[in-house]
Write a protein that binds this ligand. Structure first.
Ligand code: F6R
Length: 266
């Protein structure tokens, strides 16, 4: 696990976008996993600027992590709408190459199975972008989720409903309490994982992810078992890490060939 501590949201996004650009430059048909929420916004802005400078995403495929159940697909805060704004319109992926779970499906079990089959028939996810909930969730796999779970319906934790109310005019009663989400087992099959976290309210979850015991109490902690993870955080989100000096030392001494920000110019 590589821990990269940056001084701003801007720099976190710049570094994460460089990792995606590197993958896409090497494989123009890369399959990427995309997240919603505020943490990845800066990454998408930087990726869009790389596309403006010539990065070709016309054949890139994308799968979104999750979707609410209980609001229409064209609701401004559905993840269909968010991914359409941030990834299709802003970054420039072809809409037909982007798959978001359908939270309005009559048969959610079949929808989740179809989503998994679609990932498999695309060859699996090459690089997955993740945020992290203040309670340690990834996707919407809340504490208590099976660490080998597959895509399925989940109930959002009250903590998450409260956190996400900011996207619904601050009104918790408007936030759906159910969602469809890639499972932790599904996420763990991505060949590379890039997790971004910003702000002091993520510090405890980031410490649990990086240094905590592996367990369902902090679902993100399972990423310690993945062979290729980059955790990119600002200083506030890094505030509760104990081994911070080593992470900075390793970052400062990273071989040049491992640094996407050096060998892929924006
Ligand atoms: C979103 C997702 C969630 C968020 C997490 C953090 O697709 O799967 O795990 O990444 O809730 O959200 P923000 O970035 O808004 O703090």
């Amino acid at each position: 696990m590589e821990i990269i501590i940056k001084s701003s949201d801007y720099e976190v996004g710049e570094y994460a976008a460089a990792l995606f650009a590197e993958e896409i430059s090497e494989n123009s048909q890369a399959v990427i996993g995309v997240a919603t929420g505020s943490s990845p916004e800066s990454t998408y802005r930087h990726l869009a600027s790389r596309v403006e400078n010539g990065l070709d995403v016309s054949r890139v495929k994308a799968f979104a992590l999750d979707e609410y159940v209980g609001i229409e697909l064209d609701h401004q805060q559905s993840y269909h709408s968010v991914i359409n704004r941030e990834v299709v319109q802003q970054v420039g992926l072809a809409p037909e190459n982007v798959r978001v779970l359908d939270g309005t499906a009559q048969d959610v079990v079949a929808e989740c199975a179809d989503f998994e089959a679609h990932i498999a028939s695309s060859g699996g996810i090459d690089i997955q972008l993740l945020g992290i909930g203040a309670n340690g969730h990834i996707g919407f796999n809340e504490p208590g989720s099976s660490l080998v779970s597959r895509t399925r319906i989940k109930t959002l934790a009250p903590h998450t409903v409260k956190d996400n109310a900011r996207f619904f005019d601050g009104d918790q009663s408007q936030v759906p309490i159910h969602c469809l989400t890639q499972g932790i087992g599904t996420i763990m099959e991505a060949r590379k994982i890039v997790l971004v976290a910003i702000g002091r309210n993520k510090a405890q979850a980031v410490a649990g992810l990086v240094e905590g015991p592996i367990g369902t109490f902090c679902p993100a902690s399972i990423l310690q078992m993945h062979p290729n993870v980059s955790v990119i955080v600002d200083q506030e989100a890094a505030a509760e890490l104990r081994n911070i000096e080593y992470y900075n030392y390793a970052r400062d001494n990273m071989p040049t060939w491992q640094r996407p920000d050096v060998h892929t110019a924006e």
